[in-house]
Design a protein around this ligand. Structure first.
Ligand code: DGL
Length: 259
């Protein structure tokens, strides 16, 4: 049975890539809610409704487990989906927090995410559960998702925005930063340029490693099926931004409001 992955858009493809790298024989089904992205500016109630529909769609594809490859949906909806769904559900928070807590040398960690993710306080809570003495500096970075979506990830505008958002984290002396939004790894070059001494943890990739541990291998060669809630026409072109290479995914449109 395939593993299901969903995101508000295509940012979760970075997690899909990592999962496919570790479990190349496992079938994967990806859903990107491109018709309703972004989630990070919406209320918890709306994010919960969307995440539940996304998960129900994946269940209809007979998935054996679900990875919420979206920082925003993970912080808002993970616990509710874990309770209500008949398959194991993974989010990005615990895996990324575990990797960051293990990586930090000075106990100071930064968290960057969407407005909804940061205001939920979920990363901070998880990090404190792992180690109560960790010092956490969380920064909402609402400009970064549109910068990535509109193709400015390699532009000076991205550098300026990243540097500005990193400033409080650098000032706090953090040596490790969780990229709590699955769009942000696309900005890793800019992050490294703005703060060369900081170690960045990609939350989607960390979650993919966690689910891979739990799921194990499949058959000879894993197939990947992709679905979106808006037109699939630009999917493969936009996916290249997130995957760094060209894939020719088979993509179908879904009426997600039916689920
Ligand atoms: N991929 C989403 C996340 O990780 C960011 C985009 C959005 O706001 O929907 O939070």
């Amino acid at each position: 049975m395939p593993v299901g992955i969903f995101d508000s858009g295509l940012g979760g493809l970075c997690a899909l890539k990592e999962l496919h790298r570790i479990l190349p024989t496992t079938d994967l089904v990806y859903f990107g809610d491109t018709g309703r992205t972004p989630y990070g500016t919406r209320s918890a109630e709306t994010i919960m409704k969307y995440a539940a529909q996304d998960a129900r769609f994946l269940l209809c594809q007979n998935v054996s487990a679900i990875l919420i490859a979206c920082g925003t949906a993970s912080t808002v909806a993970l616990n509710a989906l874990k309770i209500s769904l008949p398959v194991p559900v993974f989010g990005v928070v615990s895996a990324a927090s575990r990797e960051a807590a293990a990586a930090t040398k000075n106990g100071k960690i930064g968290v960057m995410g969407t407005g909804a993710t940061i205001s939920s306080g979920v990363f901070e809570h998880e990090l404190k559960l792992i180690n109560g003495s960790l010092e956490v500096t969380s920064v909402a970075c609402p400009l970064l998702v549109p910068i990535v979506e509109y193709g400015f990830a390699e532009d000076e505008i991205a550098y300026l925005a990243v540097k500005r958002y990193l400033q409080p984290i650098v000032d706090a002396g953090a040596d490790t930063v969780i990229l709590g939004c699955t769009h942000f790894p696309i900005l890793k070059n800019m992050m490294k340029k703005a703060a060369p001494d900081i170690n960045f943890v990609d939350s989607g990739a960390a979650a993919a490693r966690q689910i891979a541990e739990a799921c194990g291998e499949g058959k000879e060669s894993g197939a990947i099926h992709c679905y979106v809630s808006d037109t699939p026409s630009n999917f493969n072109k936009t996916a290249k931004v997130f995957l760094g290479e060209e894939f020719d995914f088979d993509v179908e449109r879904v009426d997600i409001e039916k689920y």
